[in-house]
Design a protein around this ligand. Structure first.
Ligand code: THU
Length: 154
């Protein structure tokens, strides 16, 4: 049992394939009547759990949320903050979907080491690290850096 769990934690081609399938399944739940642009995301946590998300749009357009952030917020609110990989799926033909800047920053919050899998409709994929997607991302450490004293007049 434990061995099976460990196996599923290794990013073998089989594990990646399953995660991509999950992202494409998540995409089917997309609520995107305004853009008609479906996106799905699937996170593999260090514990071996898969958590899915899809983009959720709103009649008040700016309130919609991307699939990546929905998946991350679901994971974190369920107590999972250590990610092994995050796969993304959309319907764009013959190209990788690169996550938007806001999602990259949210993804960065949970470590620079995990793999981001940009999948295509034929389930082929390209793998990138968080650091490649967002070099010099703003993080918790930046808030701890020494700062100048200031008052409201300068
Ligand atoms: N979208 C995502 O869900 N993820 C991305 O990486 C890029 C864009 C969504 C937001 C919106 O619902 C639709 O795709 C069109 O921008």
């Amino acid at each position: 049992m434990e061995a099976a769990q460990n196996d599923s934690n290794n990013l073998t081609p089989e594990v990646i394939k399953k995660l991509i399938e999950s992202a494409h399944e998540a995409k089917k739940k997309s609520h995107s009547p305004y853009s008609n642009f479906r996106v799905g995301a699937a996170i593999l946590t260090e514990e071996g759990k898969t958590i899915r998300g899809c983009n959720v749009e709103n009649a008040s357009y700016t309130l919609g949320l991307c699939a990546e952030r929905v998946a991350i917020f679901k994971a974190v609110s369920d107590g999972y903050t250590n990610f092994k990989a995050l796969a993304i799926a959309c319907d764009v033909k013959d190209a990788d979907l690169a996550p938007c800047g806001a999602c990259r920053q949210i993804m960065h919050e949970f470590g620079g080491e995990y793999k981001v899998i940009l999948s295509r409709t034929d389930f082929t994929y390209r793998t990138m690290t968080m650091k490649e997607l967002l070099p010099m991302g703003f993080g918790q450490q930046d808030l701890k850096r020494p700062r100048m004293n200031y008052n409201n007049n300068n």
